[in-house]
Design a protein around this ligand. Structure first.
Ligand code: FMN
Length: 276
């Protein structure tokens, strides 16, 4: 069996789970490649080479990130290819994996498994959410290993397990998603704030998955293409970026493990092909 995981990860959590899944498959001698959808490629052609497709993304207000929606939109109709969906969240998202699953089903995929992985919160410029940010990264790693192993097992024995595919989850998902889509998304995309302490280091330009930043006349500006992934906000070296007035980043989220390299989330992880 050949598996391809496609994912988007703003600040590293989804990448961390995707990588663990890849390692879990490798341990069972199953071939698994991991691709970031940030890279421009012909993914339709790529998908043809794999038996099972995995899709991973972070949850934004019980919604699927815009980049993922666009990526699914660009897929051609499949002939019943098997797929699994996983998403990462801070606490709760209702039917978020099921929502991505439904989008893939419309493209002809057969969804067999869906899972939610609770990970550290990456919203770091809201006072009310900051207390959640005191994480024991070692404990997270141990707990996630167990959950990932269970998920890998389900995929390998093809056990149907669709987290979020029930009426209660759907209702709770809609309760968050409808206001998020109507109000917050527009609000965030229009309002990445750039403070005077910006030193024009261009790190945000380098990291942004939507090329939202540019320097014009010696000033950093945005092009209103923000998808609220919080990567720039958490990695600005002088904490000059945030999403709304009076929201400052005191404790940026630098990723799920010590010394996490944020640039890793922008790279594919291709397995060596010796285990064919
Ligand atoms: C704009 C935004 C909205 C979010 N909404 C939710 C939510 O509704 N429920 C939840 O549990 N976590 C929510 N989170 C937290 C993220 O889903 C979580 O930290 C995720 O693991 C980040 O993944 P990443 O590091 O791969 O980007 C939200 C984060 C952002 C940036």
């Amino acid at each position: 069996m050949k598996i391809a995981i496609f994912l988007f990860s703003g600040t590293g959590n989804t990448y961390f789970i995707g990588k663990k899944l890849q390692d879990g498959f490798k341990e069972k001698s199953i071939f698994c490649d991991l691709f970031t959808i940030e890279k421009k490629r012909n993914d339709n052609q790529l998908i043809e080479d794999y038996d099972v497709i995995g899709l991973g993304y972070p949850i934004y207000g019980s919604d699927v990130p815009l980049l993922i929606k666009k990526w699914i939109d660009g897929l051609k109709m499949q002939n019943h290819k098997k797929a699994f969906v996983f998403c990462t969240q801070m606490m709760y998202s209702g039917d978020s994996a099921a929502y991505g699953g439904r989008l893939l089903e419309k493209k002809g995929f057969i969804i067999r498994q869906q899972a939610h992985f609770n990970m550290p919160n990456n919203i770091t410029d809201y006072k009310i959410l900051r207390p959640f940010n005191k994480h024991n990264l070692k404990k997270i790693e141990q707990r996630k290993n167990k959950q990932v192993n269970r998920f890998v097992k389900k995929i390998l024995i093809d056990k149907k397990s669709r987290k979020g595919s029930n009426l209660i989850s759907l209702c709770l998902g809609l309760l968050q998603r409808i206001p998020y889509q109507k109000i917050e998304m527009k609000w965030i995309s229009d309002t990445i704030k750039i403070e005077d302490q910006c030193i024009l280091c261009e790190k945000c330009i380098e990291l942004c998955p939507t090329e939202n930043f540019e320097i014009k006349d010696g000033i950093l500006k945005t092009k209103n293409m923000c998808i609220a992934c919080y990567r720039c906000i958490n990695h600005c070296p002088v904490n000059a970026l945030h999403s709304s007035k009076n929201a400052l980043v005191k404790y940026p989220y630098k990723g799920p493990v010590e010394n996490f390299n944020i640039k890793d989330v922008m790279e594919d992880c291709i397995t060596t092909h010796e285990m064919n």
